[in-house]
Design a protein around this ligand. Structure first.
Ligand SMILES: [Ca+2]
Ligand SMILES: [Ca+2]
Length: 432
């Protein structure tokens, strides 16, 4: 088995592990007939996007081939990280996610691809083009996203009431062995009922025994992401009730069985956390049921978050608010609500200077939406066939510190980085 076939075999194995969250653009037949290093280079010389081949050489071995797609897949699954991770951003939207894996495979095999963001407004989708011009790698260094320090976590079993701590380190892949070969409402309340959306089945309602509730989202076959403050205050809250949604944004009637909850060891419940504290406001709940049939949210490793170029990224928050219509009317039946806003940069000086630990956005939210996915929708059309990727860039916290006066950068959440990708997707300390 040559190294390309090995790479693809492993990649296909990972695809199976990933369940429905993964859609790959290549088949085994494609690989055996098309993959040679010589072929790879000729493909590159004739196929868009025209940046340069080295821009996508993620493993830095001098050629762009399927082994680069493999390392991209490992990165998005938290197995190991690519140091120059912007090289994985094949569709050039400043976010590294599942959409890039799909794009790579299709691009490599000469498919005709278009890719853009989608913003949902009044139940319809608007296409939002990427703001990075083709051929330009406009990078703002991002220390937080590059961090490889260890982070400690606490876990708690709902069945035994026992806890434990452990540490994870998001380690970069080592390519040195490569042989040289080629909350708040911002202005008017713009939220609308979230109906007929595929991603609604990836969202869950989390109700605590103390009657507080929040939102969560499915990121793996047994893993649900939410905010730490949904499941923890002075200690871990008792076992929550978790319910799923159908595509119409209504509760489906199905209840999941929580097994464990995990939070960062540094998390402390606080009413008005600083960005430094808010970075730890994320949690993982494992459930007994197999969630492979539900929509999975990809976890996005974004960069350029300090750049004005990132401001045009449409960000959706979809969750279950306690009240709607400017927080005056009860949200009967716990319907999902969605709104699309934009990433907000530099509008909130109190929240900036945080080294990118949190993300700010002007998307409308209110209590109950804590733990919601803050996500982009990427639309890819390959040879006339359209697909969507839902990528969380943050776990929604709530109102920012200047919510009531700023009217611009009101809401925020803890940002997804390598820490969270490893924690949610490649965590040997979870059971279910
Ligand atoms: Ca390479
Ligand atoms: Ca991308």
């Amino acid at each position: 088995m040559n190294k390309f076939r090995k790479a693809v075999a492993f990649l296909l194995a990972l695809t199976c592990i990933g369940g429905t969250g993964l859609t790959m653009g290549v088949s085994a037949e494609d690989v055996s007939s098309a993959l040679t290093p010589e072929n790879a280079e000729s493909v590159l010389s004739t196929s868009p996007p025209v940046v340069s081949s080295t821009d996508f050489d993620a493993n830095e071995d001098g050629v762009v081939d399927m082994s680069d797609q493999l390392v991209a897949l490992k990165h998005t699954k938290g197995i190991g990280f690519v140091p120059k991770y912007y090289k994985l951003d094949i569709n050039q939207n400043q976010i590294v996610d599942q959409a890039d894996i799909d794009y790579f495979g299709n691009w490599f095999f000469h498919k005709n691809i278009t890719s853009c963001f989608v913003k949902r407004v009044n139940g319809k989708e608007q296409e939002v083009p990427y703001t990075v011009p083709s051929g330009v790698m406009f990078l703002t260094l991002d220390d937080y996203a590059d961090a490889t320090a260890s982070r400690s976590y606490r876990k708690y079993s709902y069945s035994t009431n026992r806890g434990a701590t452990y540490t994870l380190t998001p380690s970069n892949m080592d390519f040195s062995q490569n042989t040289a070969s080629p909350n708040g409402i911002v202005g008017a309340d713009s939220r609308e009922p979230s109906t007929n959306l595929t991603e609604n089945t990836g969202i869950v309602y989390i109700k605590n025994k103390d009657s507080s509730f929040g939102t969560g989202f499915i990121v793996g076959n047994h893993q649900i992401a939410t905010a730490a403050h949904v499941v923890y205050n002075s200690g871990f809250k008792s076992t929550p009730t978790i319910k799923t949604y159908n595509e119409s944004g209504k509760l489906s009637g199905k209840t999941l069985t929580p097994v464990e909850v995990h939070i960062p060891a540094n998390y402390k419940y606080k009413d008005n956390p600083t960005a430094e504290e808010m970075q730890y406001d994320y949690a993982l709940i494992t459930v007994k049921e197999d969630l492979s049939q539900y929509t999975h949210f990809s976890l996005g490793n974004c960069y350029n978050t300090d750049s004005s170029r990132f401001i045009d990224v449409p960000l959706h928050v979809n969750g279950c608010p306690q009240k709607i219509n400017d927080d005056t009317v009860d949200n009967a039946n716990d319907q999902l609500y969605i709104h699309a806003g934009f990433v907000a940069i530099n509008n909130d000086p109190q929240n900036r200077g945080d080294e990118g630990k949190i993300l700010n956005y002007n998307t409308d939210t209110s209590d109950g939406q804590s733990g919601s996915p803050v996500y982009t929708i990427t639309k890819q059309t390959v040879d006339g066939v359209t697909s969507y990727t839902y990528t969380a860039l943050a776990v929604h916290y709530g109102k920012g510190s200047v919510a009531d006066t700023g009217k611009t950068a009101s809401n925020c959440g803890s940002r997804i980085t390598k820490y969270q990708i490893q924690f949610y997707l490649n965590n040997p300390n979870i059971s279910y």
